[in-house]
Structures are given as structure tokens and as C-alpha cells.
Design a binder for this molecule. Structure first.
Ligand code: SF4
Length: 329
């Protein structure tokens, strides 16, 4: 079966229905044996050093994984994607653009056209897509449950991150993914709730650091919210398929994302927020609005390469956690 890579979350059910293999390019980059080598290869080929590492990782992921079709999200994710798609075209890759609406009044209609276009490009009929959605929704339901277990303290923040972030392509095989998920959900039945002193939330793009969750969760606190990873899992199964992508907050403006973040802070009783930002990413600028709008403590942590957290970041995180523990008495 042919592999179809994509640069960020898209309606993945269409790729499965077209009997092709979906590959979230971010995931194969970061889970590869040596993500740093992906970055080096991109730089050797001429990508600027001051480009976000995820972009460099995606670049090499396409070239080294036998991917000839790439769905590039050209609106709602990253402006770098435009140039990346130009490179892929110049390397004779088949590029399919997909866009989320920006400032459109009728989001749903815009998305409907994008979804139809994707179905035409991948040569698949709605009936087949609908059957696949119905099947995959059963897995999405389980992921919603897993997220609830995270709130209740039965699933760690890192586990939550892993399951939700890989739901963008279900590790390219939703049947195996579901089996593993069932096993995991079975296992956690025997766990005791963590019930740690401080409850934290991660917002922003998924972190590139390899050990940040472990570092945090060793310190009498638990991560009970992964904003963007949860959004990647499209947890809106009660809505019509197209509408789900209008509710999905990640591609839209910070005001829209903040509505969801504020709701989750309340629901999950979060004490502090870690705003993760990626070096050279335009989304860093949104930090100004986030700090102004949220009424709980926020720490901004910046990462660049796929490696462990540096000493300075460790000290900042420790002080932040201690401050929150002190506040809780
Ligand atoms: S982290 Fe920012 S710059 Fe990097 S790929 Fe994502 S949106 Fe683009």
C-alpha cells in the first residue's frame, strides 16, 4: 500500500478509506532512532539552521521513508510548510495542499470543500469514508476515556501525551493501535489514582524535549492536560464529521484556543500552566496574549532540538513547581 505523509493533523479517515498508509511526518521524525540525524541531514541539504527542528525533521522524514505523496497543511499550521512543499515538488513528490479556514465566516462550508478535494485527490467515495469514520470513532471514544482517566490520575501526563499525539495517524494501523490501547486501558484498571499535590497543564505545540514529563512527574505533581495533543485526537465525535474540524482549535486563532484552555483549566482543576514554545516558531508570539488572558501561573519553556532538558530549564521548572506547591500549602 502506498504511504501518504502529512505535516499536521488532517482528516486521516480519508487516507485509511483510500486504502493507503497514513504517516504523520512529525511522529516518524521524533520516534526515529536518531531524530538528531534527521535534523543534520536537512541542514546538510541546505535548510537554514535557524528553521524550526520539526520542519527539518519532516523534510528528512519524507526523503528517507519512501513517501511519494505529501499532504501539506498550508493554512492553520505553519507558514514554513509553503516552502517545504515547494522543495518536495522540486523533488517530484506528489503534493496535496489542505487548508483550514482563516477568518472565513462559513468555516464548515470551507472545510467541506477541503475534505471533498482530499477525497477526489485520493480517489475515494464518501460511503467508504463514512464506514471508516464509524469504525475509527470507536477508538476515538476510548481515547476520550483515556483522557478522562488522566484527569482522575490513573494515566500519567506522558502516557496521555503519547496516546493522543499518535492518534493523528494511529501509528499507520488503527487495528493494531486499538489492540494496544485496549491492553493499556485494561492494565490501568489495577492502578491507584496518583492524586499528587500540584496539577499541571501543557499548552502549545507538543514538546521536542525527550524527558520533560518524567522530570515534572517525579516532583509531586501530575500533568492532567495536554492541550494540543488532545486537539490532535479530534475529541468531538458527537458532531458531524466536517463540523469536528471547525471545533478543532489548533489551526485557529489564539482567542479560540484560549476558550478551550480556560474551560479545561476549570474542569481539570489545574494549578499551573507550562506553555511550551519551539525555537524559531511564530507561535511563540502568542505567549503575550496567553499570559495576559490566563489567571493562573504560566511558565514558558522553549525547546529547540530533540534532547533532554538543559540545566537552566530544570531550575526554572523546579522553582515554578515549588512556588505552586507553596501556594497549595
Ligand atoms: S513548531 Fe511552529 S515553526 Fe515548527 S513546524 Fe510547528 S508551527 Fe511550524
Amino acid at each position: 500500500m502506498k504511504k501518504v505523509g502529512f505535516t499536521t493533523t488532517i482528516p486521516v479517515d480519508i487516507i485509511f478509506a483510500a486504502e493507503k498508509v497514513p504517516i504523520d511526518l512529525n511522529n516518524i521524525f521524533i520516534t526515529s532512532r536518531s531524530p538528531y540525524r534527521y535534523i543534520e541531514k536537512a541542514e546538510e541539504d541546505g535548510l537554514p539552521r535557524n528553521t524550526c527542528s520539526w520542519i527539518k525533521g519532516i523534510y528528512t522524514a519524507v526523503l528517507e521513508n519512501d513517501i511519494d505523496t505529501v499532504i501539506g497543511v498550508i493554512e492553520g499550521d505553519c507558514s514554513n510548510t509553503h516552502a517545504l512543499m515547494e522543495i518536495f515538488r522540486s523533488k517530484s513528490k506528489n503534493v496535496i495542499p489542505f487548508a483550514y479556514p482563516y477568518g472565513e465566516k462559513d468555516k464548515v462550508n470551507f472545510l467541506k470543500n477541503q475534505i471533498n478535494n482530499l477525497m477526489i485527490e485520493l480517489n475515494v467515495e464518501w460511503n467508504d469514508v463514512k464506514n471508516t469514520i464509524d469504525r475509527i470513532d470507536k477508538i476515538r471514544e476510548k481515547l476520550i476515556r483515556l483522557d478522562e482517566y488522566t484527569i482522575e490520575g490513573f494515566v500519567s501526563g506522558f502516557e496521555n501525551h503519547l496516546w493522543l499525539v499518535t492518534s493523528t495517524d494511529f501509528n499507520s494501523d488503527y487495528v493494531s493501535y486499538e489492540k494496544e490501547l485496549d491492553k493499556f486501558l485494561d492494565e490501568i484498571k489495577n492502578r491507584r489514582s496518583l492524586n499528587k499535590k500540584v496539577r499541571l497543564g501543557f499548552i502549545g505545540v507538543p514538546t521536542i524535549f525527550t524527558d520533560i514529563y518524567q522530570f515534572i512527574e517525579e516532583r509531586d505533581c501530575q500533568v492532567v492536560f495536554n492541550e494540543v495533543q488532545r486537539q490532535f485526537s479530534i475529541p468531538y465525535i458527537e458532531f458531524d464529521y466536517v463540523e469536528r474540524f471547525a471545533r478543532y482549535t489548533y489551526p485557529y486563532d489564539i482567542k479560540f484556543r484560549l476558550e478551550d484552555i480556560k474551560k479545561q483549566i476549570k474542569k481539570r482543576e489545574i494549578d499551573g500552566i507550562i506553555h511550551y514554545v519551539q525555537s524559531f516558531c511564530y507561535r511563540q508570539i502568542q505567549d503575550v496574549v496567553i499570559k495576559k488572558e490566563l489567571d493562573i501561573p504560566v511558565i514558558t519553556i522553549e525547546g529547540n532540538d530533540p534532547e533532554g532538558i538543559d540545566a537552566r530549564t530544570k531550575i526554572r521548572l523546579e522553582s515554578f513547581i515549588e512556588m505552586l506547591q507553596g501556594k497549595k500549602g
